[in-house]
Design a protein around this ligand. Sequence first.
Ligand code: SD4
Length: 316
Amino acid sequence: MGMAISGFFGIGSLHGHPHSRNTLPKRLSDHPISIGTWNCPDAILTSGQLMEGGTPSLEAVVKGVAVEEANENNTTVGIGASPDRSGRVTLDACVMNSNGDCGAVMAVENIVHVARLAQHVMEDTPHVNLVGLGAEEFAYSKGFPKTQLLSMAAEKRWKAWLQKSEFTPKINVENHDTIGMLCLDAQGKLSGSCTTSGLAYKMKGRVGDSPIIGSGLFVDNQVGAATATGLGEAVIKTVGSFLIVELMRNGWSPQKACEEAIGRILSQQTGKPDFQVGFIAINIAGERGAFSIHKGFSFTHYESGKAINVPSSSAY
Ligand code: SD4
């Protein structure tokens, strides 16, 4: 615990930087907070209402993202997900709790609720990551059903894509709707989860940022949490979610921290990138932030029994 706040006072402190504050602000109210990437009202309502009823943030976040995993109309998560270029749907997910424990599964086939599976990895194994067949077999050992994941609609889109077989993920289209969710409960406990099929028509075996702790998600109960969506390769290269939490540890607001993480990605590019990345973040005081490279990214948050979708500000 002591280590976690050392950045405020010790090595790595950014005191004096225009965006830093001396200490994190205090939490203003104990109302639960839930925030998720893109337009995911049902998922956010589920997690928000669960926490209102006293459910801890980890259970709320896993049940929240499960709504999108079961949503046939979400073409990037769970049951409606798009396949890789060989026609296989492979899912990635992770969870992280207020103790800093985490679990992840990568490139898993035939399992819908991979965030819950990642929670089992965290709680019931000595490991953090399980991939492919190992993760799938572990799921069956925990009683998960085997589900055929390539929906008819996804198969039709994939067959159309095969005509040209050009991998040029379109901004806000084929990298759209991954759900990253951050929950802060009335007890001040933070948890997060990120779940996705990754980029449509990715190479077989490709894993993006979403299940990589520090890249697609990071939670530190002393500071705050962040999660990402968009082109995973760009997020991984800058360890984006960890970067945002570290900036918040040094006193940056969630908004300025998200902007800086996007700035880091942009600093690796010449000119306007042809890909999208979006980050959302909250701190333990309950402040939130969001920023993306391009317009079109939005986030949804829980407020007084409602889920509100808000466009993110962006660099372009
Ligand atoms: C990935 N970040 O696998 C994911 C894709 C995504 O909405 O966010 N899609 O790179």
